[in-house]
Design a protein around this ligand. Structure first.
Ligand code: FIX
Ligand code: ZN
Length: 440
């Protein structure tokens, strides 16, 4: 029998894994951030951090304030109210509150003074272009995928006008209105934009929807298409959503070689008074997703589900369908206890063919805390897994650890999408011999 690994060896292994996890650059595959060319759409700074909808929902639990009074306030007044309610009058221990403090701490700011005006002064000195680079460097985020909706009037005109793309920001075509409110909203809008569609899903309409998808895929250079889905979505079905998926979206994805990302389990507007903060969660029907994936073996699917209760059955589904890639701990699951549980479960059931996290950041600075918190947890779980291997005598080399971490932080995703990014660190046998050269 292999002797147990000594605690000194375990400590060394932990240090090697932590180093790899904390320093490997990340591809953040789903965010609500924008290329700086979108101007005001890219949110950043202390006030946007404080009025993040995660904090708004928590603050209303403390406020003695009618909803409309809060919504009538300026952004700075809302931020003051949230700061007082969640940071000054109570200790800020929720994940979203702690996130603001980790962010400030990673930016080198002294949070112990609890001095909001001083924080505002610090942020006011930055220009957005420099600040974007600074945040990405400190967070170790190399590329950021945006969420891009042609149905967003502010965003659409920027794309239509054209701009020089920042290569660090990739695009994803978001199509919720197309699939979820076809009759009421998407069909009339597509008509306005010159697509010859009718509410009935005739052959002509479907081909015009595909023309719309093709135009926007090309315009934004979409890396994947994406929709969030309510818990009661079912496939197969007669409603517009499953029919449009089957006749337009999935054929389009096949034609362009793009994955279709689904985010099941969101109940929009459970409390409409909370606006963006008012969405809730429900279980999705895993069998629906199995049906859809099984019926479309030539499509690639990305899934992140909102309900904790769906995570296990989705891992099992991923074992059955290699055209399914699971990603991220979405929204209410992006809390330390669930990130740890989900990461451990995923690694145990599907190994490294997963993208364990995305940030879903809506405010640029949030990438600092979202990745810092998740990296620590991912490192902890990986250390445990490699220690289990080491106990068998299979000691992972640094190169192997680095390879695995790169896969978790974007490499496996790129490969799944069919983009074969060269690995920064190659196995020694695969690396070409170095030519002797002069030192610079
Ligand atoms: O649908 C989504 O992409 C969600 O992530 C958002 O709607 C949600 O508001 C959010 O920011 C969650 O993190
Ligand atoms: Zn999102």
């Amino acid at each position: 029998m292999t002797p147990p690994v000594s605690s000194k060896r375990q400590g060394e292994l932990a240090a090697r894994v932590e180093k790899a996890v904390l320093t490997t650059p990340v591809y953040d595959i789903h965010t609500h951030l924008y290329d700086p060319a979108f101007g005001e759409l890219l949110l950043w700074g202390i006030d946007d951090l404080l009025v993040y909808h995660y904090l708004v929902a928590e603050a209303f639990r403390q406020f003695d304030l009618p909803y409309d009074k809060f919504w009538a306030m300026s952004k700075q007044e809302q931020a003051n109210a949230i700061w007082n309610a969640l940071f000054i009058e109570h200790s800020p221990i929720s994940e979203a509150c702690r996130g603001v403090l980790t962010t400030l701490n990673r930016l080198g700011l002294d949070v112990k003074k609890r001095d909001l005006p001083a924080l505002r002064k610090w942020f006011a000195k930055w220009k957005v272009a420099d600040y974007t680079t600074h945040c990405m460097e400190v967070a170790g985020v190399q590329r950021i995928c945006m969420t891009n909706s042609p149905f967003d009037d502010v965003e659409r005109v920027v794309w239509e006008r054209g701009f020089n793309r920042d290569e660090r920001f990739t695009a994803a075509l978001r199509i919720d209105p197309l699939l979820l409110s076809w009759h009421d909203s998407a069909a009339p809008r597509l008509r306005d934009w010159g697509y010859d569609v009718t509410p009935q899903l005739s052959e002509k309409t479907v081909s015009e929807v595909r023309r719309f998808l093709a135009d926007w895929t090309r315009r934004i250079n979409a890396q994947y298409l994406m929709v969030s889905l309510p818990p009661d979505f079912r496939y197969p079905g007669d409603q517009a959503c499953p029919r449009l998926m089957e006749t337009a979206v999935l054929p389009h994805c096949r034609e362009f070689g793009l994955p279709f990302a689904m985010m099941p389990g969101v109940k929009r507007g459970v409390n409409p008074q909370l606006k963006l903060a008012g969405d809730g969660v429900g279980h999705c029907d895993t069998a629906t997703y199995e049906n859809l994936i099984a019926a479309h073996p030539d499509n690639k699917f990305l899934i992140t589900a909102l309900a904790r209760e769906n995570q296990y059955s989705l891992c099992v589904a991923a074992r059955k369908f290699r055209n399914l890639h699971l990603f991220g701990c979405w929204w209410f699951t992006n809390i330390p206890s669930l990130i740890e549980e989900m990461t451990r479960m995923r690694l145990e059931l599907i190994g490294l063919s997963v993208t364990p996290q995305h940030s879903d950041a809506r405010v640029l600075d949030q990438i600092l805390y979202k990745w810092e918190h998740s990296r620590r947890i991912i490192a902890r779980v990986l250390v445990e897994k490699y220690a289990d291997l080491a106990a068998t005598g299979w000691e992972p080399t640094n190169t192997e650890i680095q390879r695995d971490v790169q896969d978790l932080f974007g490499g496996a995703f790129d490969r799944f999408c069919g983009r074969h990014q060269a690995r920064a660190t190659q196995l020694p046998s695969a690396r070409p011999a170095k030519k002797p050269g002069r030192r610079k």
